[in-house]
Design a protein around this ligand. Structure first.
Ligand code: ATP
Length: 370
């Protein structure tokens, strides 16, 4: 069982439980993004895997080894944080080389019989230089090796931190919001570099972010966490298009999914404001119907709504409206050419959606299927 394997991990701080029996598996070679609102326990979970924090109960295995009792340095994981944590007095090359030098030092300390003579010193030095050059080259730092952190931009510093994690060739990478200090365009570019490092290393990567576009674009699977529990773990397409429950559907997607009050009659047909919407549901009574902004469109007939505002985004237009009978706010994402044909604020319009694009949720928030 390679990779990271957490089972029923709990953690409390001062009597307040912040992790309620979390189980999660990140296979070797897999990239799992952990997303969730602020304070839901993402960083705590990550710190437990790193060995900075200890779980109250549950098990943690890294590369098949029980890791709970291992010290942070023995876990074969490399962490990259939002703050770069570089040594200010060392050059870029020296900063990247730190884990390699430490490893050598550790090996040497375990060989006291050699009388303090570091075996193969020259070859080892050359080996370290080659590793540093490879990592620096992969991250575009080749020309900056002699600089010190103060002489680098934020993006360059974060790359040094990534290169330093990369040379360790760990079994697992733990990354906690590593891009949040970078500006938007650098963030997008560095996303690809991180995924490339992950693929090359074949490591298990657990990546914490509050930015869901980062999670959806980078991860093989996305784990959605809320209030100390993992609600769903699934590939990005599935978590967006086929969420297991209402809390996942509302957390993922920007703008947020439209939610309309609905009901299923005794015949099983689902109606919104008395209007059949072409869906059936096994549950009866009050339901919630979810429609993504891009799945809701102006139509000749359908739900009656009133336009409120238009936002032009370049590649699309957002139309904000309000469902007339329930007063629910709605948002439509339309192609930019639609901008010229939309009603003025206050104008009435009809809205429709394809039944297969709608998501139904029962009174308990679970998905409700026909
Ligand atoms: P963010 O996205 O804001 O970083 P998060 O999901 O990473 O949030 P955590 O940092 O794991 O959340 O915190 C989870 C909860 O545990 C929070 O309520 C936090 O205040 C609390 N917490 C975390 N560390 C400690 C600590 N050392 N002592 C007491 N409470 C803590």
């Amino acid at each position: 069982m390679s990779g990271i394997h957490l089972q029923l991990v709990t953690k409390s701080f001062n009597g307040t439980t912040v992790l309620h029996g979390v189980s999660l598996r990140v296979a070797a070679g897999e990239f799992v993004a952990l997303v969730g609102p602020s304070g839901c326990g993402k960083t705590t979970l990550m710190r437990i895997v790193a060995g900075i924090e200890h779980a109250d109960s549950g098990t943690l295995r890294i590369q098949g080894r029980e890791a709970t009792a291992l010290r942070a340095g023995e876990r074969d994981v490399a962490m990259v944080f939002q703050s770069y944590a570089l040594y200010p007095h060392l050059t870029v090359a020296e900063n990247i080389a730190v884990p390699l030098a430490m490893r050598r030092l550790n090996a040497w300390q375990r060989l006291p019989l050699l009388g303090g003579v570091l075996p193969g010193t020259r070859a080892a030095r050359q080996g370290i230089a080659a590793e540093v050059a490879m990592a620096a080259g992969a991250l575009g730092l080749g020309t900056l090796l002699d600089r010190r952190p103060a002489q680098l931009s934020g993006g360059q510093r974060q790359r040094v931190a990534l290169a330093r994690a990369m040379v360790r060739r760990p079994a697992a990478f733990l990354m906690d919001e590593p891009l949040s200090n970078l500006d938007a365009s650098l963030r997008v570019q560095t996303r690809r570099e991180i995924v490339a490092i992950h693929r090359r290393a074949g490591a298990a990567t657990l990546y914490v972010t509050h930015d869901q576009s980062e999670a959806l674009t980078m991860a093989d699977r996305v784990a959605v966490m809320q209030a100390g529990r993992i609600l769903q773990v699934a590939p990005p397409r599935e978590i967006y298009a086929d969420p297991a429950e209402l809390r996942v559907a509302t957390f993922i997607g920007s703008p947020r999914i439209n939610l309309l009050p609905a009901e299923a009659g005794t015949d099983g047909a689902v109606r919104v404001a008395g209007l059949p919407v072409g869906l059936r549901c096994a549950a009866r009574g009050a339901l919630t119907l979810g429609v993504r902004p891009e799945a809701l469109v102006p139509a000749a007939q359908g739900l009656v709504a009133r336009a409120e505002a238009v936002e032009f985004l370049g590649e699309s237009v957002l139309l904000h409206a309000r469902h007339e009978s329930s007063g629910t706010p709605l948002v439509l994402r339309l192609p930019p050419e639609a901008a010229g044909h939309l009603p003025q604020p206050g104008g009435e319009l009809h809205l429709a959606f394809a039944p297969e694009a709608a998501l139904l949720f029962g009174p308990d928030g679970a998905r409700c299927r026909a």
